[in-house]
Design a protein around this ligand. Structure first.
Ligand SMILES: [Zn+2]
Length: 351
């Protein structure tokens, strides 16, 4: 049993708590119960670094959180969950993926701690102690992630009246590959699971599901709406012309095969998610200028612009002026050569 719940009989007094059939005991009172609230239930949980008690409170005199009507919806934001960055927002902002459990440093520490456990004799005290250290370490990671997720949820909910997220099938994404059995040699053949494992771990570390549920919680509290949409084809649709083609997407880059619209693949997906929700739920967003700004002009490829002599001279003059060495003649031929060399590099490497 890792936890148990009381519904009655719990008393609080300063830094002491009375738990029925256990008696009075000291605890760290992290925050006081606000006036007018009644204790509904008390849950005691065992975690790696000790026992925690959480108290559910209620005040029936406070009205439930207001929800906005469809006329009050002015803004919407679409979110695309990713691994490179954790969240791509349709307004062009991105939120970093901290990768608490899968960065090099923690992975190494985790490996060391795990090894210390496995090298100790089974059922020994030393093994138990090593296991305890490992558990505390893992709990800490989980706590960091939890705290960070709340911060992100708050930041996102502040962005708009309606938050649109993908309806992800995360357990499906993390599902293990089917074992391949070869009846001739009666052996199992490689099925690609070892390659998938790292991805599954990354997805688990990103914790999209808990982030989305936290966004829902914060949104409900601030009277905002969270909509879920089917994410199919959102990464392949062009936001400008609506053309759907899987070939449009090239890694991080999106180049429409129909109209040539160039965009960041993830940000454009976030915009598609927003657009899909607007269509699906018939949202009438107010066309404030600020709202329209979240559809920036496609990034222009300046790579193929041939530099004119004047352009380079201007730049060089600026540069020299900056460095304080005016009127120093440079070799324009070398500069132009460098420019040409740059242009020969394939786009994928330079972008
Ligand atoms: Zn297009």
């Amino acid at each position: 049993m890792r936890s148990f719940t009381y519904t009655t009989g719990v008393k609080l007094k300063g830094n002491k708590i009375y738990l029925p059939s256990l008696g009075w005991m000291k605890f760290y009172n992290s925050r006081p119960i606000p006036d007018g609230f009644k204790m509904k239930s008390v849950t005691v949980r065992k975690k790696a670094d000790g026992f925690y008690v959480s108290i559910r409170i209620e005040d029936t005199s406070i009205p439930t959180f207001p929800t906005i009507t469809s006329e009050e919806i002015n803004t919407a934001v679409g979110l695309d969950m990713g691994l490179g960055k954790l969240v791509y927002c349709s307004d062009g902002s991105v939120i970093d993926n901290p990768r608490f459990a899968t960065n090099q440093k923690t992975k190494r520490l985790q490996r060391i701690r795990q090894r210390r456990v496995s090298r100790k004799k089974k059922r020994s005290n030393n093994r138990r102690k090593a296991q305890q250290k490992l558990s505390v370490f893992q709990l800490k990671i989980a706590n960091y992630r939890e705290a960070r997720n709340w911060q992100i949820a708050l930041k996102i909910v502040k962005k708009a009246d309606v938050i649109v997220v993908e309806d992800l099938n995360i357990s499906g994404m993390m599902k293990r590959c089917k074992p391949k059995y070869d009846s001739e040699s009666s052996r199992f053949l490689p099925n690609g699971q070892s390659a998938k494992r790292a991805l599954s771990r990354l997805i688990a570390d990103a914790s999209w599901y808990t982030l989305i549920s936290k966004i829902e919680y914060v949104a409900a509290k601030s009277g905002k709406i969270v909509l879920k949409i089917d994410p199919r084809k959102t990464s392949q649709t062009c936001i400008v012309c609506g053309h759907i083609d899987a070939a449009s997407r090239d890694g991080e880059k999106f180049v429409c095969t129909n109209c040539g619209h160039v965009d960041d693949a993830n940000l454009q997906e976030a915009r598609n998610i927003k657009a899909k929700a607007i269509n699906q739920y018939g949202l009438l967003l107010k066309r404030i200028k600020k709202v329209r700004q979240d559809l920036p002009k496609p990034r222009q490829l300046t790579l193929f612009e041939t530099p004119t002599l004047e352009l380079i001279r201007g730049k060089r003059r600026q540069h020299r002026a900056h460095k304080g060495e005016r009127d120093v003649p440079g070799n324009l031929g070398i500069q132009l050569n460098l420019f040409n060399q740059d242009n020969n590099i394939p786009i994928r490497d330079t972008l």
